[in-house]
Design a protein. Sequence first.
Length: 139
Amino acid sequence: MTTERTLVLVKPDGVSRGLTGAILARVEAKGYRLAALEQLTPGRELLAEHYAEHEGKPFYEPLLEFMASGPVVAAIFEGERVIEAFRSLAGATDPTVAAPGTIRGDFGRDWGLKVQQNLVHGSDSPESAEREIAIWFSA
Ligand code: DAT
Ligand code: MG
């Protein structure tokens, strides 16, 4: 089995609520290696690249605004099937109905804003992972 890399983001809601450590700890405890870590407040250009697939959707503008609203922690995790594993740890996109035991299910709910503040992002395929890692860790 090949080793994969995935991009994990702790979104501004996760960082401002002080959940960064708890979230990253779950991924490490599952057995994946933290290969890189940084904190930054992303600009619009970076976010537009990252979320290019969602351009034109009704939640696109509120999503970019939310993601630019404060510091985000970006991490690269490594290991066998880490892409699938992190998506499973994160839980469903809508945090209100994400299963208990998942990051979104345990820590998240709909905060009544237009965009879902769902704590984390995880790449959804090897191609997305490499594309997203290049965007967030370009320096
Ligand atoms: P995921 O983050 O689970 O991969 P996605 O790629 O479909 O979900 O969407 C990217 C982000 O956009 C998601 O984390 C939260 C927001 N989003 C998705 N669908 C939404 C919706 N129907 N209403 C509001 N925000 C949404
Ligand atoms: Mg996605």
